[in-house]
Design a protein around this ligand. Structure first.
Ligand code: S3P
Length: 205
């Protein structure tokens, strides 16, 4: 990965004599959106490192607040209560300083959440095809919506319902099979384009 040169113009308060002292952080939160298995958490964590920003995973925040796993939460309180908790947690995170935020796959479906994201952040959809999603979700348990006889059919149905809504995200990239770093590169590039040349990191000579 190329070393990054920070742009100095956007942060005039920072000592400009040493560009390495200047954080590359973006001025708004980046909210990763997409279906289960799209790679929101793993891409988000790496992207945050690259941007010198904090990474927050909404599902982990919900688990911490509730003191139980997502699966247990669904069992004890049901999906509707989960959605209310999810909405509150995301609103709280977005009211704080900019972070890279991985949301659960259903979060962007709530209109209020979409509005909060549009007002406070930039949304980035990690778009993946059914085979990629299915391959990835098959590697780990803990997704109550997929704990059914035919998880692939559930994913397919969720794609049909949700992709037209995910399309409302500000930015989209493909999350493909292959190295994670390639998806992180695409996310980084699309964000640099979005925030403009002033934020463009260039390889150091
Ligand atoms: C859900 C996705 C999960 C989690 C919950 C519901 C969904 O998060 O929030 O199981 O409705 O798509 P990931 O997308 O991170 O797996």
């Amino acid at each position: 990965m190329p070393r990054l040169v920070r742009n100095q113009n956007l942060l005039p308060m920072v000592n400009q004599s040493d560009p390495q002292d200047i954080p590359l952080s973006l001025p708004k939160s980046i909210v990763l959106v997409g279906l289960m298995g799209a790679g929101k958490s793993s891409v988000g964590r790496r992207l945050a490192q690259r941007l010198d920003m904090h990474f927050v995973d909404a599902d982990r925040e919900i688990e911490d607040a509730a003191g139980c796993t997502i699966t247990e939460f669904f069992e004890r309180f049901g999906e509707d209560e989960f959605r209310r908790g999810e909405q509150r947690v995301i609103q709280r995170i977005l009211s704080g300083p900019p972070v890279v935020l991985a949301t659960g796959g259903g979060a962007f479906m709530a209109e209020e959440t979409r509005t909060a994201i549009a007002e406070n952040a930039v949304s980035l959809w990690l778009k993946a095809d059914i085979d990629v999603l299915f391959e990835r979700v098959s590697r780990r348990q803990g997704r109550p919506l997929l704990a059914q006889k035919d998880p692939k059919a559930v994913l397919q149905k969720l794609m049909e319902e949700r992709y037209p809504v995910y399309e409302k995200a500000d930015l989209w990239i493909e999350s493909r099979r292959g190295p994670l770093e390639a998806t992180v590169d695409r996310a980084y590039d699309v964000l640099m384009d979005y925030f403009g040349d002033a934020r463009k990191a260039v390889p150091a000579e």
